[in-house]
Structure formats: C-alpha cells, structure tokens
Write a new protein. Structure first.
Length: 147
C-alpha cells in the first residue's frame, strides 16, 4: 500500500513539473489563434523542438496562417486592381460624357444654322415673289431684257 501511495505522490510531482511542458506550448498556440481571430496574422507560433503532437499542431497552425496571409495578399492585389479598373472606367465614362456634350452642342449649332438658313431662304423666296408681283404690275417678265 505504501508503494501505491508513493507512486501516486511521484506521479503528482512529475505531473506538476511536466504540465508546463504541455500547457505552455498550447497556451502560445491559443494566444496566437486568438490574435489571428482578431485579424492579426503577422506572427507564426514557435514550434517545439520535440517531435510530438504539439510540434505538429504548431506547424499546422503556421501553415494555416501562411495560407490566410496569401489569401489576404491576393484579396488586396485584386482590390487594388479593381480600384484601378474602376478609375479607368470612370475616366472613360467622363471622356464619353464630355464628347457627347460636345456632340450635342455641335448638333445644336448645326440645327441653329439650318434654321437660320431656312429663314434666309424663306425671306429670299418672299422677296423674289414680291419682285415678281411688282414686275407683273408693270407687265414686265423677269426674262425680258431691254437691249
């Protein structure tokens, strides 16, 4: 019975001193995972030197965070490219709008010129008609000539 109690005691002492070998690396991984959950993915976890599950977990965590960094980098690159394309499209749209406004102004000027020409032609036609009426009063045809 003494041996059993002594075994329990030694097990407790060993567990007390060995527990930090497991809990500290797990605590570091937990702390890093919480930082990553908050958006801070800049740092990796230091893997233990032993070839055990804690090392495997730390390496897997580092691989995961590395993949997340790569995805974030791709998203940032796509965001910049999209912003650049939006700026180019905006610039092209503004250019097209300006050209359309210029075309509208030119069409307006052409329309005013055509309207003015129409009035001039109408006035000339009325003047010719007036002259024809006057000539007919004097019994002169426009084609007669006094030689």
């Amino acid at each position: 019975m003494f041996t059993l109690v002594l075994g329990w005691m030694w097990s407790g002492v060993l567990a007390f001193f060995a527990a930090p070998l497991v809990t500290k690396p797990l605590g570091r991984i937990e702390h890093a995972a919480k930082r990553a959950a908050d958006g801070d993915i800049r740092e990796d976890v230091t893997a233990t030197k032993s070839d055990d599950e804690l090392r495997s977990l730390a390496l897997a965590y580092n691989d995961m965070v590395g993949s997340i960094r790569k995805m974030v980098g791709n998203i940032e690159a796509n965001f910049k490219e999209t912003n650049q394309k939006v700026a180019e499209i905006t610039e092209a749209s503004e250019s097209v709008t300006s050209e359309a406004e210029n075309s509208a102004a030119t069409i307006g000027e052409i329309s005013q010129g055509a309207e003015s020409s129409s009035y001039s032609i109408q006035n000339k036609a009325e003047s010719v008609e007036d002259v024809t009426v006057l000539l007919s009063k004097f019994k002169i045809t426009p084609l007669e000539r006094n030689d």
